[in-house]
Design a binder for this molecule. Structure first.
Ligand code: DPN
Ligand code: ZN
Length: 509
């Protein structure tokens, strides 16, 4: 009997505890091995909503968000860890470091007048300490795309103020102004609000380039057209190395040389609680893990990951795959990776990552086995007469690192900032012409921003696919059967090993 199965673990518990546990836990009707349909019914939307309520409470107690590097993320991780441990899992934190840009100054001050907020463009140099004081110069053609656009205006020694738009990149505006002697460049928006621009690469110009809101830009240009205006631009950033972490757990049951992996990013954006993006994915796989942990036998190991710093650029999942790629055999053991990033959008579609490119050509690698992974989901939806659509296999989430390293993947998605079509309304209801999630990346992505029907449909599909693959991945990688379950293969976290980094789990949720 492998020492890795829950029954062996429970046997380690006192008989009294076992007795009590058995009395307290509802008797789990015996599940026939590999009965994915019955298992799918066990993963309830109600339980997933309870996890989402916990994430909302965590955000409420931690500055309104669960963003990477914040106490809200730490508390979210502790909730996941505590829930998993109650379900019999060991959990691991998989730390990673990365360079984070820190803003030291971001203002444009009119001498004797208003002070405006600016956004230093990506790859722009910073101003010196104390900022840069100069006159404002405005080109004849407000877009300032070329030196010719400046006409009779001369920006020598001045800070150029140009408008976004005119069908040229920010780098062209900056290069033209610098060529004519400008010492700094301000690009004001051509739609409401501030924006985060980029010069596209390092070294494009040697002068600082910032974005400014439309309203502030128009006020500045009007003042400059009425007479000389002097401003001080103070825009400085520095990078520092920071550390975050992924949360990982895997079933004790199942052969170690054939792993089915599920993942969802646990971090939110700084703007809000991130309940749909991506509390829904995190909560859905958490409940699948809880229910799966109750099964004493699986053919294949199922591994779960709650990713850190996805919103900062897929950083946690990329670090994880990068680490595995350095360890002989690690990636080969992963039969397929299932990604769940936004599975409860209020104006939802039931979307499956289009790995066979039947609707959308994929702009990223599609490893063999991905189409077969997609089939597991579409077969389920066909079986229960659930309409579904393809969504682009775009790599725009935590499966990117896996597919770039040859690991097959697919996943489910209810939509983000894309606009719902009439055809999709005919299939799923909702409203055409507005985003699938109108509150995407906003403070309004809270517990009211989840469609329970969509969440239930997706949660059941995830449960079905997980159990189906936990018993049989042969359609994906040709591996079938129980394999050798006796030799717990030393994963790069020693299984028998690293004491759970259990910290005193405060009652974070
Ligand atoms: N990448 C996800 C996020 O913003 O957290 C969601 C997403 C995926 C959005 C694909 C748009 C397209
Ligand atoms: Zn997001």
């Amino acid at each position: 009997m492998s020492a890795r199965r829950p029954t062996a673990i429970l046997a380690g518990a006192s008989a009294l505890t076992l007795g009590v546990t058995a009395l307290l836990a509802p008797p789990a009707a015996a599940l026939d091995k590999g009965d994915a349909v019955r298992f799918a019914e066990r993963v309830s939307a109600k339980a997933v909503m309870r996890h989402l309520d916990a994430f909302q409470r965590i955000a409420d107690r931690h500055d309104g968000n669960r963003a990477a590097l914040t106490p809200g993320y730490e508390a979210s991780a502790q909730y996941v860890e505590r829930t998993l441990r109650k379900a019999g899992y060991r959990t691991w934190r998989d730390p990673f470091t990365f360079d984070r840009e820190v803003v030291d100054a971001a203002t444009l001050t009119v001498t004797g007048g208003a002070a405006y907020e600016v956004d230093q463009m990506e790859f722009s140099p910073s101003t010196p300490e104390g900022g840069l004081t100069a006159a404002v110069a405005v080109p004849d053609d407000p877009f300032g795309c070329t030196t010719a656009a400046w006409g009779d205006a001369d920006p020598t020694g001045a800070i150029a103020v140009v408008s976004r738009g005119g069908d040229c990149p920010f780098s062209a505006k900056a290069t033209a102004a610098e060529e004519l002697g400008a010492v700094g460049v301000v690009v004001h928006n051509n739609v409401e609000g501030l924006f985060a621009g980029t010069l596209g690469a390092d070294g494009v110009v040697a002068v600082p380039v910032v974005g400014l809101s439309q309203a502030d830009g128009q006020a500045l240009v009007a003042a400059a057209e009425a007479g000389p205006v002097e401003v001080t631009l103070d825009a400085r950033v520095h990078t520092e190395e920071v550390e975050s972490f992924n949360v990982l757990a895997e079933t004790r049951a199942g052969r170690d040389d054939n792993v089915v992996m599920l993942g969802a990013h646990l971090d939110s954006v700084e703007e809000g609680a991130g309940i749909n993006d991506n509390g829904t994915g995190s909560a859905a796989i958490l409940e699948v893990a809880v229910q799966l942990g109750r099964l004493p036998y699986l053919n294949n190991t199922v591994r779960f990951a709650w990713w850190g710093a996805e919103e900062l650029g897929l950083i946690g999942s990329t670090a994880y795959v990068g680490e595995l790629a350095t360890r002989e055999g690690e990636l080969d053991r992963i039969a397929t990776y299932l990604n769940f990033d936004m599975v409860g959008s209020p104006n939802y579609v039931i979307g499956v990552y289009d790995a066979d490119e039947s609707t959308y050509p994929a702009p990223v690698p599609v490893p063999p086995g991905s189409a077969q992974t997609e089939d597991v989901f579409t077969r389920w939806f066909d079986r229960v007469d659930q309409p579904y659509v393809d969504t682009e296999f775009s790599g725009r989430s935590d499966y990117q690192a896996f597919i770039e390293n040859g690991v097959p993947a697919s996943g489910l998605f209810t939509g983000a900032d894309g606009s719902k079509t009439e055809e999709e309304v005919a299939l799923f209801g909702g409203t055409a012409g507005i985003p699938y999630d109108p509150n995407y990346h906003s403070p309004q992505d809270d517990i009211t921003n989840v469609d329970r029907e969509a969440l239930g449909i997706m949660t059941t599909a995830i449960g079905y696919a997980t159990l189906s693959l936990a018993f049989d991945t042969s359609a994906i990688n040709g591996v079938s059967g129980p394999g050798d379950q006796r030799t717990p293969w030393k994963h790069w976290w020693p299984h028998d090993g690293r004491p759970d980094d259990v910290r005193s789990l405060d009652d974070a949720a």
